[in-house]
Design a protein around this ligand. Sequence first.
Ligand code: ZN
Length: 428
Amino acid sequence: MWFVTLTNALSVSGAADQWTIRRSNLSLVLRHLRDHGPRSRARIAEETGLNKATVSNLVADLSGRGLVAERAVERDRPGRPGMTVSVDGTGVCGIGAEINVDYLSVLAMDLGGVVLAESRRPLDTRVAGALVAFDLLGDLVSDTATAVAGAGASIAGVTVALPGLVSSADGYLRAAPNLGWQAVPAVDLLLRRLGNPGYPVWADNDANLAALAEYRWGVAAGCGDLLVVGGTFGVGAGVITAGSLVRGAHGYAGGVGHLPYDDDGDVCVCGHRGCWETVVGLRALLVAATSADDPVRDPSVDLSRRLAELIRRGEAHDSRTLAAIERLGTDLGVGVSILVNVLDPAVLVLGGYFAPFGHWLTSSIQRELSARVFGTAGRCQLEVSTLGFSAAVRGGAQLALDAVFDDPTRIRRAPAARAAVPTQGAYV
Ligand SMILES: [Zn+2]
């Protein structure tokens, strides 16, 4: 009997291997189309090293899952039109959700990068507390999911962006001093609120997700050595090196807001004195630029509107506003000089609440970089984000969609297409 058992084991193992190879090849073709654009089956085969029959079979499978589409294109010479395969973005979407100090935000994006829905609501999260904030976020996510599902899109998953130390492996927010939260089971809370919706939920640090969005969609898209500095009340960085996000040993890399900056400075929300974010965080700018009763400090007003008012005052040459922005630019420049010396990024992107003030901040930052970065002056290109407060939620949606690019079988084939694809055989 032993050989029968062994044969069965080998058979199961062989089927599993074949399934793994097929899944890997589906991912290879889908990512190739994402990264290089529409092309013919023959060209996919040539460029990926897969044979033509395998590519045809894989394209049929991806098409059955609604992930690619084939379209006829005119050829230069007479004859049958050629067919090109492209990523079909419309059938699948990822959702990014964010809890920050003054707002909640949700964005849905399809596989082709088209934003299907975006909403933000002001909330004094620190006062509301974690349970209320996750309840309200769950409502926003649920409304968005219902809308995109009603339009015919499958939901690949939801990623929650949080301003603190996030353990993405177990979905816990370990600490978010700007929210006053500790040990919050973020993924569990949202799943419970959504009623276990049948799609996965992840959690990640907001600066990490913003960096992913900048890398894919932003002003320095495709730059493999990228430093993104942003935030609001808290300040963080997302670091892309050689095309990959730097997470560190515990997933907490990028907490640059707590770099020791001024021994005589204010006490930070983390308990230490003089952290960098005590001088470059939004709280410091509001204190420097406004009085205590100024409506610009009112957390019940949408943050974009409050920042727009500060920009209006700057453009009207209000001296207090301009002095505060100038001070911010210098302190930002000194801090990012440290980061550039350590990390040597090709591009530094100014994101978060810094971006709307970018045209005032860049000259001060550039001055400090030139004075303080060791080595070739101007080696790091400075850019201002065009994604603004959408960066973290866009990155969250992207992370959910990346799971589909890594494993297209997460999306089920339509029943009609299932019969067209062999369940086993030579094509993997
Ligand atoms: Zn601190």
